[in-house]
Ligand binder design. Structure first.
Ligand code: 2P0
Length: 320
């Protein structure tokens, strides 16, 4: 085993992943589509050690987080033929952890690449995406640059790959840095087990992913935007229809969605989306990004993101 460092960025889904067909293998119930951002990277370093350990943002991670990293390393070691040494993992996130900016996506994508390199696996992009999926479903998409389609299916064919799409921007409107009370993993299980709408969600998400791929190929931004906003509201509606009721959006989030509708009425390309947290992310075009950012600046310290690179070995680090 050798030491390695890798970086990956979060992605924001245009068509959301919410619900698994297989919890152990992390197979999604439906395909999803995302944009990997050009900001908020996670940088992860791994090296051989006497036992598995995990340090996050300069501090030892919780027992639960460390166990999750160790279980993921078991998958990597199994792929590498078993009987491999333990490892010390150190990660730094530039986005606030647990606030709905997908730090588990960038985190497990960076860890998948660093660990694959460290344990001597030479993986194709597809297999690297399959591996990252085992850490966190959405991490499969952060392996990919730009717009990604994550296929549902079996272990062998559930990976993310790049798809052709027009240039896009996302304006992140941060509203909360607090850690969410119910993790997405737990909340998506509750949705599957209790929502009377779950089957409809899965069926329509399959159809919407197909439509999104077509809209991206055609460069039909109005269609891409309408599908994006609709997928987000359907996911939050599904979550709200679960027992117990789970709600990530706050009154401030809803205010931003209303402001986005107003920007649209004013003639700008602006479509809201939100993940398992209060933050709202607004999809727009390169031409309208500055005006959308200005229009939303009263709600928070907005950041304009573009399409970013997928996971990469850290430039300049000693990757042997
Ligand atoms: C998404 N989310 O498509 C959706 C929208 C959150 C809201 O993928 O259990 O952390 O590790 O597979 O990947 C967050 O789910 O869940 C997520 P696991 P993950 O981006």
């Amino acid at each position: 085993m050798r030491r390695a460092s890798a970086q990956a960025n979060p992605n924001i889904a245009l068509i959301k992943y919410w619900g698994k067909a297989d919890e152990d293998l992390i197979l999604p119930a439906a395909p999803s589509v995302s944009l990997t951002l050009d900001q908020y990277p996670t940088t992860t370093h791994i090296e051989p050690a006497a036992k598995d350990s995990f340090e996050l943002n300069g501090r030892p991670a919780s027992e639960k987080e460390t166990a999750r990293v160790s279980a993921f390393l078991d998958v990597v070691r199994e792929w590498a033929g078993g009987h491999q040494p333990h490892a010390a993992v150190r990660s730094v996130n530039e986005a606030p952890t647990g606030a709905g900016l997908a730090s588990s996506a960038s985190g497990f994508a960076a860890l998948a690449l660093a660990a694959a390199h460290a344990y001597g696996l030479d993986l194709s992009p597809r297999d690297l995406s399959r591996l990252a999926r085992r850490g966190s479903g959405s991490a499969a998409r952060s392996i990919v640059s730009g717009v990604a389609l994550w296929h549902a299916g079996t272990d062998a064919d559930s990976f993310a790959e790049p798809i052709p799409a027009p240039e896009m921007r996302m304006v992140v409107v941060p509203l909360s840095k607090t850690r969410k009370k119910v993790s997405s993993r737990e909340a998506m299980r509750i949705s599957r087990e209790t929502s009377p709408y779950y089957e409809a969600w899965v069926r329509t998400t399959r159809a919407m992913s197909e439509e999104m791929v077509e809209a991206c190929a055609a460069g039909d931004f109005a269609r891409i935007g309408a599908l994006t906003e609709s997928s987000a509201w359907r996911m939050h509606g599904l979550i709200a229809s679960s027992a117990p009721v789970i709600r990530y959006l706050t009154p401030a989030s809803v205010e931003v969605f209303d402001a986005v509708s107003q920007l649209r009425e004013d003639g700008l390309a602006a479509y809201g989306t939100a993940d398992a947290g209060a933050n709202v992310v607004v999809l727009t075009t390169p031409d309208d990004a500055a005006a959308v950012a200005t229009g939303l600046s009263e709600y928070g310290d907005v950041t304009v993101c573009g399409p970013g690179e997928g996971a990469r070995l850290e430039p300049g680090a000693r990757n042997e």
